[in-house]
Write a protein that binds this ligand. Sequence first.
Ligand code: M6R
Length: 369
Amino acid sequence: EKGGYDTFMEKEISEQPHAVADTLLGRTNDAGELVLDELRIDEDELKSIDRITIVACGTAAYAGMVAKYAIEHWTRIPVEVALAHEFRYCDPIVDAKTLVVSISQSGETMDTLMAVKHARELGARTISICNTHGSTIPRESDAVLYTHAGPEIAVASTKAFLAQITACYVLGLYLAQLRGGTYAQDAKAVLSELHGVPAKIEALLGSMDRVREIARFMADTRSVLFLGRQVGFPIAMEGALKLKELAYIHAEGFAAGELKHGPIALIDAGQPVFIVVPGPDTPHGLHGKVVSNIQEIRARGARTLVIAQEGDEAVVPFADEVIRVPHTSPLLQPLLTVVPLQVFALELSTAKGLDVDQPRNLAKSVTVE
Ligand code: M6R
């Protein structure tokens, strides 16, 4: 049942190209436009949405954070991401023009379910992005957009995360398409690029030997930091979460811009830091800013483990290791940059002799508060 792999997590990481491709499958027409018949919310109603709130927990919430950057850019609709357990007990600003999007692999996470119920009581339209047919959250939502990652068994979420990001992109691009004009044109171009991403993930998976080696040499490491910016910021947090839950190592993800506001004090000789570098074509000169961050922490002794696009030579002088990912436009990069971080956590956990599929104290689906 593990298909020749030692662990479910390894198998599921290897299935990621399919998770993305299958989540796109059957949702585009011959003209290259999205067709989402399954969204049983009236088009006019969707067009009138003036705010989106995403509710989720853990890794699914990081998928939501990635989606915020993308959906806001593509649609100009404000998007807020709320941890479901916080949303439930605050006084959220939600009305009939708010679209509440829940993200859940299992469809059974109690906090997320209660957040959806809360949103409905407040009059919001609710869409569930979910990987499990017939589960509770989709049943309690107005509409569902299924991720087609296939069953995820390992407690640590990997392929469901990529599928969640993909489904969020599909939703965002669909809303952009509904807006028409240049929004729709731009959405079409992104969608066509998105169809090419699974092959890039496949290629990336074939080049993970060095990442595995780095992880094996780090079995005694006590703390790892992760930096990212823009869509790379939630990826940094996801990399840290994977390491905590799988290898029981202290790990933290930061927005690289926060360094000077405190975290840089943590840097001393030998401190390993992963840096998720935005592609050189990212707007606002973010690439150069992150390269400067790498330089700053290296000067203070950090061991810099740099995830950068193929052809990005600017990082080389400041990197102890460069892990290459294929080129995509900036907002699609998370589908690639997270992969080495998943492999790193898996390998480190294995090197420590831990149970990769069933980490201590955790359950696959958290059905209690
Ligand atoms: O089933 P869900 O997607 O609602 O689960 C949400 C989180 O519990 C889940 O993503 C958790 O953070 C994973 N163990 C992360 O690997």
